[in-house]
Design a protein around this ligand. Structure first.
Ligand code: ZN
Length: 159
């Protein structure tokens, strides 16, 4: 058994249940290119001016399909472990850590224990639900024990 397989087996048997909600398909909302097609950005004004159009709710995407799946993950809640884990570069990238922020130290699919990549989740749209709290992914890096065995992510608690 490889290190990665062992780590996934551990997550599958000992990991905490996590609900992940993410969105697939759909298309870019017209508001995104209403000001500058070369520099897409959400426009609240476009939605005011086009109130009959579908509201993208600040996400910049419309007609998306919501998908909910259950993962199992190793959750670290101690801020001290967060600080130990992160280097200065990561800290400046994700900003100040707040009380309630956590680290997701590895995750797998809860249905069959297979690898589940979270690195492509959209930061302020897709979210994790853990113990009724909502979290957004901020930073994902590889966990490398001689070979890459998983991912570690910062989860910022939603206000
Ligand atoms: Zn929009």
């Amino acid at each position: 058994m490889t290190k990665k397989e062992r780590f996934l087996k551990y997550l599958y048997s000992k990991g905490k249940s996590i609900t992940l909600t993410y969105y697939t398909g759909g298309s870019v909302c017209p508001c995104m290119i209403s000001r500058d097609a070369n520099n897409p950005a959400y426009s609240a004004q476009w939605h005011i001016d086009n109130s009959s159009a579908e509201d993208c709710n600040g996400t910049g995407y419309i007609e998306q399909t919501e998908v909910s799946t259950t993962l199992k993950g190793n959750i670290q809640t101690e801020l001290q472990s967060l600080s130990n884990f992160m280097n200065r570069e990561n800290k400046s990238e994700i900003g100040e850590l707040q009380k309630g922020d956590i680290v997701l130290f590895g995750q797998c699919s809860a249905s069959d224990g297979s690898w589940f990549d979270v690195s492509n989740l959209v930061e302020d749209r897709d979210y994790f639900t853990i113990d009724s709290n909502r979290y957004f992914r901020r930073n994902t890096t590889d966990i490398n024990f001689e070979s890459i065995v998983g991912q570690v992510s910062i989860l910022k608690r939603s206000q």
